[in-house]
Structures are given as structure tokens and as C-alpha cells.
Ligand binder design. Structure first.
Ligand code: APR
Length: 230
């Protein structure tokens, strides 16, 4: 039973040193999003896209969870299966902080997906050299991340959890990308109290019952303390 559903976005990992997507220049680490985060971009220039995600995967080695990730792991340790974290992030910082009930709706950097046999493999190395799929031997591996125009993962489980939630909390997301941006309205329609914790008002800030603005590394531990009555 998912009594508490937490949606996280790039902002929760910002204080760990992982850049967010929508910075002032509109670029993602120097690239246009449509070049590195669409199936068309991959078809046009696979080497650039594979190298881009190889770099992001390698960069994970230099970052660690921050107090916001730690606080959500602490909450899970206290309430167990009543908490579900749904993340748009492709990093593994929730898991490294100790969260277990995490759904990666936009996929994971640390997995490769074979478009030939549909197998998914844990992946820590690179894909630029076009390695063969360990399952079927075909050269058809791509990063297991969901690009614009593709359907996010785990939508059935997420929609069910939102329907059950008493509390829905959105952390560090701009509210610019659907379907995640619509979760707040779905949860509210089913009776959840909705809280936003973000550096600045998100695009959907008015959908929430309550919005607190500041750094996730401060807001999230304080909210968890409050919830646990610490
Ligand atoms: N604490 C809290 N919030 C922060 C912090 C911080 N330290 N730093 C930045 N933020 C906020 C920003 O103000 C912004 O509203 O986090 C939000 C990050 O927004 P985006 O960069 O748009 O990231 P996100 O919402 O996760 O993007 C959604 O878009 O490009 C796609 O698939 C990609 O999953 C991604 C999706």
C-alpha cells in the first residue's frame, strides 16, 4: 500500500553535482535535448548519443547521495512499503542512499537495453564501441533510458500508487515534462494531500496544497523529520 508517493527530478541530485536539464542556456551538458534524448537523434548520430551517455555513466563515479536522498532512505526505513519513490532521474543516487522501493520511470544509466532481443543488462562500462548483447550476440545495445517520444516505464504501477496515496510529494522537478507533471492532479483527484519541495515554483506549483521553496538538501530532511514526528 503506497501511503506516501514521492516524485523526484533532477533537482534532488543537483546538490550531489549532477547537472539539471533546464538551465538558463536550455542545453543539457552542452547538447540540445533533441540531439541526445530522442530516438531520431540516436538514429541520426548514434556515436554522439552513445558517447554522451557513456560520459554521464562515468560521471556517476564522482558523485554521492546528498542529505535529500538520505532523508528519503530514512523515511523508507521507518515506514517500509508505505513509501514509493518514483524518480525521473537516471542516476542511482536513491539506491546508493539506501532506498529500495524506487521506480525509474525514465530508465537507468547503469543498464543497457538490447533492441534486438529486449534483454536489459546491468552496465557500468561504455557502449560507444558497440559491444554485442550478452544474451543474443546482436550489436543492438542502447542506453536503457526513456527518450522524448517514448513511453515511460512502470506507468501502471505508478498510476495505481498515485490512486492509493494519502500524501504526494514532488521534489526537484520543473513540472515541464509529462506524464510526471500530471501526477499531482491524479493523486489529488484520489484524495492525496500534495506538497511541492523545489528550489523555485515549478510550472505546476498552483496544483499543490502546499509549496516550500529552497534547496532539497534542507527541505527534504526537514519534511521527513516533520512526518516522523522527530
Ligand atoms: N533543490 C531543489 N530543487 C532544485 C535544486 C535544489 N538544490 N536545484 C535545482 N532545482 C530545481 C529547479 O529549480 C528545477 O525546477 O529542480 C528542477 C529541475 O528541473 P529540470 O531540470 O527540468 O529536471 P526534471 O524536472 O527532472 O526534468 C524532467 O525532462 O529532460 C527530461 O527526461 C528528462 O527526467 C528529465 C525530465
Amino acid at each position: 500500500m503506497s501511503r506516501i508517493v514521492v516524485l523526484t527530478g533532477a533537482g534532488i541530485s543537483a546538490e550531489s553535482g549532477v547537472p539539471t536539464f533546464r538551465d538558463a542556456d536550455g542545453l543539457w551538458e552542452g547538447h540540445h535535448v533533441e540531439d541526445v534524448a530522442t530516438p531520431e537523434g540516436f538514429e541520426r548520430d548514434p556515436a554522439t548519443v552513445l558517447r554522451f551517455y557513456d560520459e554521464r555513466r562515468a560521471a556517476l563515479g564522482a558523485v554521492r547521495p546528498n542529505p535529500a536522498h538520505d532523508a528519503l532512505a530514512r523515511l523508507e526505513a521507518a515506514v517500509g512499503e508505505e513509501l514509493l519513490v518514483v524518480t525521473q532521474n537516471i542516476d542511482d543516487l536513491h539506491e546508493r542512499a539506501g532506498s529500495r522501493q524506487v521506480l525509474h520511470m525514465h530508465g537507468e544509466l547503469l543498464k543497457a537495453w538490447c533492441t534486438s532481443c529486449d534483454a536489459r543488462h546491468p552496465w557500468t562500462g561504455t557502449l560507444i564501441e558497440r559491444p554485442a548483447c550478452p544474451s543474443c550476440g546482436e550489436v543492438a545495445l542502447r542506453p536503457d533510458v526513456v527518450w522524448f517520444g517514448e513511453i515511460p516505464y512502470e506507468m501502471d504501477r505508478i498510476v495505481d500508487a498515485l490512486g492509493e496515496a494519502e500524501i504526494f510529494v514532488s521534489i526537484g522537478t520543473s513540472g515541464a515534462v509529462y506524464p510526471a507533471a500530471g501526477f499531482v492532479q491524479h493523486a489529488r483527484r484520489h484524495g492525496a494531500r500534495a506538497i511541492e519541495l523545489n528550489l523555485e515554483p515549478s510550472e505546476g506549483t498552483f496544483f499543490f496544497h502546499e509549496a516550500r521553496h529552497g534547496r532539497a538538501g534542507e527541505l527534504v530532511p526537514a519534511w521527513v523529520d516533520e512526518l516522523l514526528g522527530a
